[in-house]
Design a protein around this ligand. Structure first.
Ligand code: CTP
Length: 395
């Protein structure tokens, strides 16, 4: 996902420095050109050879390297970098960067680089919370450098509090948000629904379905990585909230309808991946709970059809996308749904196909618009998400 991207990873003196090795290895596997620059103190925690082996590039450590080529290299690297991340960033590095100090290879290259810069602090809580560090962070942010809030928890120094390096997977997502795509959805507002709904029968039991939310979360992540302002309205799922996405949690179809329709008018693209229950049990008071133990005692009420509502009132510039799950006549039934619900696109999955539908990592879909029906080969849900926006753009 980072093909042809030059990612510079600055590593400073913190016990968390070893985690930068995992990050470098991941970035290399994403086909990035990964260049690591270490401060002198970082080398007490991890050896430059580790990074050289993982990235295949020389690990830069010293501005006064007698090899002339590397002296030039750091300026050249500053020009070439698509993204500069500092992982972990010590209080000392943050102080230097905030004040334009350039006294080693890392700070010099950092000052010379004009690309997007991300800083991931890791330090003792007292150092992090010190107003001097906080002022330095505010100053960096003022200059457009993103300083990502560290995590909180038990720190290596024995204290508990803020200052923990974010998990490597979170740092990876920040890198993807900034460098994986050309931000072709920048300035667009995208709303996505995901997961199942849970329709309460009584305070103990509910009706739901097999949706895991994986497809919708993939769509939300893809939109965010392409630079959109993304809101995800999610039913109950087991995934963490995607980074860079505003996530609103709901349970029932009615709650999903309320949250979506409150903000739908201002959206450019709406993608309904949620497996919304068509019906819900009539509300039963808690005193009558013993009377609904038999399924045939449950009276059903119709839920609002959110996609139909959105399709009927969509504006000229708005795109509305629905999903359909079919067991037969996939294209025919989906095309009917496209017309009935006034959508711009239906992403149809056949539940009989291996590798498609609920709970799988992959999906087999046919993208259906007014003009065409294109069956895509089996692919990951991340790839399907990418195709949806590619098709919308091309339409
Ligand atoms: N959908 C919705 N609100 C509902 C039911 C479905 O917004 N109450 C949306 C889904 O999110 C999906 C699309 O409608 O994008 C199609 O869902 P599906 O369940 O396949 O269609 P239904 O309209 O329920 O038709 P049927 O179950 O008869 O196939």
């Amino acid at each position: 996902m980072l093909k042809n991207k030059c990612i510079v990873i600055g590593v400073t003196g913190s016990i968390a420095a070893y985690k930068a090795a995992d990050l470098s290895s991941w970035a290399k596997k994403q086909h990035a050109d990964v260049n690591v620059i270490m401060t002198e103190n970082a080398q007490y925690f991890i050896n430059p050879i580790t990074f050289e082996t993982l990235t295949g590039n020389k690990c830069l450590t010293d501005t006064f390297d007698r090899n002339f080529q590397y002296n030039v290299e750091h300026v050249e690297l500053a020009k070439r970098a698509d993204l500069f991340v500092v992982v972990p960033a010590s209080a000392d590095f943050i102080a230097k960067a905030a004040n334009g100090i350039a006294d080693d290879m890392l700070t010099t290259t950092f000052l010379a680089a004009t690309c997007k810069k991300l800083i991931f602090p890791a330090m003792n809580t007292r150092m992090y919370e010190n107003p001097i560090t906080q002022d330095n962070i505010a100053k960096l942010r003022h200059y457009g450098i993103e300083v990502v809030e560290p995590g909180a928890g038990y720190l290596a120094c024995g204290d508990t509090g803020k200052g923990k390096l974010l998990p490597v997977e979170d740092i990876e997502e920040h890198i993807l948000l900034n460098a994986a795509y050309d931000h072709d959805l920048a300035g667009k507002k995208v709303l996505i629904s995901a997961g199942p709904t849970q329709e309460d029968i009584d305070p103990v039991r509910f009706i739901t379905n097999h949706s895991t939310g994986r497809m919708g979360y993939a769509v939300a992540k893809n939109a965010a990585r392409r630079g959109a302002e993304v809101t995800l309205v999610s039913g109950p799922v087991s995934f963490p909230d995607p980074i860079g996405v505003k996530t609103i949690h709901v349970k029932s179809a009615q709650q999903m309808f309320d949250e979506i329709t409150a903000i739908s008018d201002e959206q450019d693209i709406i993608v309904m991946t949620a497996a919304v229950a068509d019906m819900r049990p009539e509300t039963v008071s808690s005193e009558k709970i013993h009377k609904v133990t038999m399924p045939d005692a449950i009276k059903l009420t119709t839920n609002p059809d959110i996609l139909s509502y959105l399709g009927a009132r969509k504006s000229e510039n708005q795109k509305v996308v629905g999903f359909s799950m079919e067991t037969e006549n996939l294209v025919e039934n989906s095309r009917l749904k496209l017309k009935k619900k006034h959508c711009d696109m239906i992403v149809a999955n056949c539940l009989r196909e291996a590798g498609a539908g609920f709970g799988t990592e992959t999906n087999v879909v046919t993208i259906i618009t007014d003009k065409k029906a294109e069956e895509l080969p089996i692919m990951s849900k991340d790839e399907v998400a990418e195709k949806i926006f590619d098709f919308l753009k091309a339409d």
